[in-house]
Ligand binder design. Structure first.
Ligand code: PLP
Length: 447
């Protein structure tokens, strides 16, 4: 075991001089897994990465989700090259944007109108503004452990109780903004009811990841989303689904369109799933095929709040740029092919089952939450249904596992909360190699 990563260390030392923390997103740092130089990758193709020392890795990070077709998928690459040849940025409307908006609407019917932006953060931030404009209210209810990007309002943690006003989760977020946010536990309708009983008349929107992807992959309990939507609406609040991770992840469409969930893997509550439409939806990640993108949309009368039709302002120089839109169209066209999601599901099923078997063999406590082609591994002996339970897992054991896997050429996210994402580029041989690495890692960990 053990790969030499000398060049990564050299680049990291240089990066620290010029880029804050050496990384352009904190999730890329190795702080949560014992520190040191993150791996500097120089090339990706299919299921693989090569680092600056020429080590090869099987990648399950998939850039935190967007790379569902694998790296450098030929259709996406070709679409981007074609777009570049025709001029990268116009600052005018284009036919491509109309085509892509129509594709999204066909896949997700609650999007009566959409607007393209440049990231999931922007998409979420704007849904909140639009909800506030529409309702004339200012407070937002969200759920502990759900990540919605880095705008001020969503960087607010729970207060001291399950239904108290929030406290800033980041320096630079003023307490006056945190006072506008209420954070309640996920999968707990009573907590939401309590919060709405107290602040319902001031609440513009309840914002949720309908299937959580940010503290592991966590299904809503049976009836939870129906209850959430109905409670919000009883109080005149809008429902915003953050589908930045979930859209086009488990099926062609979004969580809100999954009427049946034959592909929802091992998730216990899959059978009881019932799709419920939100009022507004935020999208990102997969819909850009690997290029920067976000989109938001929803009910016609709500979206009419947005400029130039209405008083809620939102704009973007890069929004709807031909390269991102072309990459997104190519990506969705590839995902529409028959059998894609079944393959993601069956590969993830085999991998997750193999990991669990190895853990059991070595008496390592492990809970795996798998939903279709994505799953999370939690070093604990209890189920994971909310953030508190996800926090109550062993970060040190995860860090050891992460490093042992990396040293055998398996690239995972450097955080105990993040998912493994399957891509259509992974092969059965990749799974064999990964399971051998898992077996080796658990053998070391159980000594
Ligand atoms: N919403 C969810 C559910 C996310 O997982 C993320 C990013 O991980 C975001 C929003 C923010 O998206 P972006 O990083 O594109 O700004």
């Amino acid at each position: 075991m053990g790969k030499v990563r000398k060049q990564s260390e050299v680049f990291y030392k240089e990066a620290l001089k010029h880029i804050v923390g050496g990384v352009n997103s904190p999730s890329r740092s190795f702080k949560a897994v014992g520190g040191g130089a993150p791996v500097f990758m120089k090339r990706g193709k299919g299921a693989y990465f090569w680092d600056v020392d020429d080590n090869r890795y099987i990648d399950y990070l998939a850039a935190y989700g967007p790379i569902i077709l694998g790296h450098a998928h030929p259709d996406v690459t070709e679409a981007i090259c074609r777009a570049a040849e025709n001029g990268l940025l116009y600052g005018t409307p284009t036919e491509l944007e109309v085509t892509f908006a129509q594709m999204l609407k066909d896949a997700i019917p609650s999007l009566h109108q959409v607007r393209f932006v440049n990231s999931g953060t922007e998409a979420v931030m704007t849904t909140i503004r639009v909800a506030r404009a529409y309702t004339g209210r200012s407070k937002i209810i969200k759920f502990a452990g759900c990540y919605h990007g880095h705008s001020d309002l969503v960087l607010v943690a729970a207060g001291s109780g399950p239904s108290t006003l929030g406290i800033p989760d980041s320096a630079g977020v003023p307490p006056s903004i945190a006072q506008e946010v209420i954070t309640v536990p996920f999968n707990d309708l009573a907590a939401l009811e309590t919060a709405l009983a107290r602040w319902g008349s001031e609440t513009a929107a309840v914002m949720v990841e309908p299937i959580v992807g940010n503290f592991g992959m966590v299904m809503p309990k049976a009836g939870y989303l129906e209850g959430l939507c109905s409670l919000a609406r009883q109080h005149g609040a809008l429902v915003i689904y953050d589908e930045v991770i979930t859209a086009f992840r488990f099926q062609y469409g979004a969580a809100q369109t999954y009427e049946e969930l034959p592909l929802l893997g091992d998730a216990k509550d899959a059978a009881a799933w019932k799709a419920v439409e939100p009022d507004l939806t935020a999208l990102g990640k997969i819909i850009g095929g690997g290029l920067p993108i976000g989109a938001y949309g929803g009910r016609q009368d709500i979206m009419e709040q947005v400029a130039p039709l209405g008083p809620a302002y939102q704009a973007g120089t890069m929004a709807g740029n031909p390269a991102s839109i072309s990459a997104g169209i190519a990506c969705l066209q590839a995902l529409k092919q028959p059998g894609v999601y079944a393959k993601l599901d069956s590969m993830a099923a085999r991998l997750a089952a193999g990991i669990q078997t190895a853990a059991d063999k070595h008496a390592i406590d492990l809970t795996i939450n798998r939903i279709g082609g994505a799953f999370s591994t939690h070093f604990c002996n209890h189920p994971i249904t909310n953030y508190e339970e996800a926090q109550d897992t062993d970060g040190e054991i995860f860090a050891q596992f992460f490093r042992l896997m990396l040293d055998q050429g398996i690239n995972l996210a450097p955080s105990k909360y993040e998912a493994w994402f399957m891509t259509i580029a992974h092969s059965e041989t990749d799974l064999d190699e990964t399971l051998t690495a898992v077996e080796n890692a658990f053998a070391v960990m159980s000594k």
